[in-house]
Design a protein around this ligand. Structure first.
Ligand code: R5P
Length: 309
């Protein structure tokens, strides 16, 4: 097999290759003065299984286009099978037509990946599980939960309650609560704009409990901080948060630092956009992804990767 890295997160791609016992496949990626991207794979990949690692995080359009060009290059270089490895699948939040005249961009991205030549997708913590159905090729969908739960078990105090910061996250919060032997609560959220979130209701008892907010993405930190403020009002003893994909910029980090959240646990599915300060703990999912790559390569089950040890 060959593991290729786009420029979105070469650090993670290197860690995946190392954990898989190999090195990154040679490739040159450059940009013309007008912004067009050029890719040249510098090793023979004829007849190989090629894994292209590229989270489509910030800047999403640039990273997505680069991925599509890499897939095209691999296809034209006669790769046998191309697996797009998206530790973070950007545009996943645009997964339904819930207003008139809006796109379903998560489906458009799926169409683009397949049209470019993707034979298989490996991804992690999709915003909605149903996005798997946008593909008619095999999709392996991993969860960061085994990595995050292991850390939380070691670091968090007893008397835990896992809190979903919006109703969409309730199922995931309930799964975390189950794994941690904790209670569960949910916050009702109203999004006023992309940057303005209001936490309106809290369902569940958090008084005197150590709360852990869990979510798939944090972008402006608005959702987490609004929920945390409500938890303080409801008498939570301490508040932590755990999120699979951190898209935080400096403004988001400042908001987090000024909030009652003591610690935010994230993964390295996407690179940090800025200095994330003292509150953010980054856990690596490189071994998890490498294990998945090796299992796919050897036609072995990936189910055991969902187990919490
Ligand atoms: C939305 O449904 C997602 O699960 C996240 O809650 C949301 O994307 C977080 O965004 P922000 O940090 O900007 O509030």
């Amino acid at each position: 097999m060959k593991i290729l890295a786009g420029r979105a997160h070469t650090g993670l791609a290197e860690r995946i290759a190392k954990a898989a016992g190999t090195e990154l496949c040679g490739a040159e990626i450059s940009q013309f003065p007008d912004g067009e991207i050029f890719v040249k794979i510098t090793e023979n990949i004829r007849g190989r299984d090629v894994y292209i690692v590229q989270p489509t995080s910030f800047p999403p359009n640039e990273n997505l286009m680069e991925l599509l060009i890499m897939i095209d290059a691999a296809k034209r270089a006669s790769a046998k099978r191309i697996t797009a490895v998206l530790p973070y699948y950007g545009y996943a939040r645009q997964d339904r037509k819930d207003q008139p005249r809006v796109p379903i961009t998560a489906k458009l991205v799926a169409n683009l990946l397949v049209a470019a030549g993707t034979n298989r997708l490996l991804t992690m913590d999709l915003h909605a599980q149903q996005i798997q159905g946008f593909f008619d090729i095999p999709v392996d969908h991993l969860y960061a939960a085994p990595v995050i739960v292991k850390y939380l078990r070691e670091k968090t105090p007893d008397n835990l309650v896992v809190v979903a910061p919006d109703t969409g996250g309730l199922k995931v919060a309930a799964a975390y609560a189950d794994m941690l032997g904790a209670g569960v609560a949910v916050v009702g959220k109203e999004r006023k704009s992309a940057e303005d979130v209001e936490a309106t209701h809290l369902v569940g008892d958090v008084k005197g409990c150590n709360a852990v907010l869990v979510d798939d993405i944090t972008s402006t930190a608005g959702t987490l901080v609004a929920a945390a403020n409500l938890l303080v009002e409801a008498g939570a003893a301490s508040i932590r948060a755990a999120v699979s994909h951190s898209l935080l910029n400096e403004k988001g980090v400042a908001k987090l630092n000024a909030s009652p959240i003591e610690e935010l646990v994230v993964t390295d599915s996407v690179p940090s956009r800025c200095d994330t300060g003292n509150k953010v703990k980054v856990l690596s999912v490189a071994e998890l992804l490498a294990d998945a790559v090796c299992r796919i390569q050897n036609d072995r089950s990936v189910t055991s990767l969902f187990n919490i040890t």
